[in-house]
Design a protein. Structure first.
Length: 232
């Protein structure tokens, strides 16, 4: 579904969880296990609030939302232990590898802007290192001191743009996202956004902030944004 008329771009910024990697379901399992220890269960509303956020912001939101008797650091310790076990097995989502390799092959500058830490990214991309080595740079919102606030604030996307050698204007950058928080952040950054929404997220009230809404990256046509079309 197209919300506004796409205009040509020169640079592309990717989210990771739920867009390139099928990792959101793993995070759900991890968070549910922590909440279960305290007689709680992850709600759809809380899940939407934390998607795309920094690690510390996720912990703070869930501790407050469910009145957990944990500090942020205690929550993160539980979280990290389970990440080490579960994240290395994560799979790529349909269309992800084809798009990333195509843009790299065509010389389009690409970067990642994620709410994750460098540590968790290394865990979940270990099996796909060759693909993720194609990105020019990564903005890890949970670690980077230049990211003041996580999504839905635009900090990480604006920083990702500045770190390209050409330092493109925001309107020359296209963001690909799965989370509502990411769509709002891209819009606030003045960037176009292709949204591949998580099916558990509400979409009403957000589609107008996305330039284009798809059900899968397999539907994405680069030429809509002035990018080289697929060769096959």
């Amino acid at each position: 579904m197209q919300s506004t008329m796409p205009v040509p771009v020169t640079h592309v910024i990717f989210d990771v969880d739920g867009l390139l990697l099928d990792s959101e379901s793993i995070y759900d399992v991890i968070i549910d296990s922590i909440l279960k220890e305290h007689g709680r269960k992850l709600s759809t509303e809380a899940r939407c609030k934390i998607m795309g956020k920094k690690d510390t912001e996720v912990a703070t939101i869930l501790i407050d939302e469910f009145e957990l008797p944990l500090t942020v650091e205690e929550f993160l310790q539980h979280d990290r232990r389970q990440q080490e076990v579960l994240l290395p097995s994560v799979e790529l989502l349909p269309g992800a590898e084809k798009l990333v390799r195509h843009l790299h092959r065509q010389g389009i500058p690409i970067a990642v802007a994620t709410g994750s830490s460098k540590r968790s990214m290394e865990l979940k991309t270990a099996r796909h290192k060759g693909l993720f080595d194609l990105f020019h740079h990564f903005v890890y919102s949970s670690d980077d001191p230049e990211v003041g606030k996580g999504k839905p604030e635009p900090d990480c996307f604006l920083l990702a743009a500045r770190r390209f050698p050409a330092d493109p204007e925001p309107n020359k950058c296209l963001v690909l996202e799965d989370a509502v928080n990411g769509v709002v952040a891209a819009h606030a950054a003045g960037m176009q956004c292709v949204w591949v929404p998580d099916p558990q997220q509400p979409q009403d009230g957000y589609k107008e902030k996305a330039t284009l809404t798809l059900t899968s990256l397999t539907e994405f046509k680069p030429e809509l944004f002035g990018l080289p079309p697929y060769e096959d």
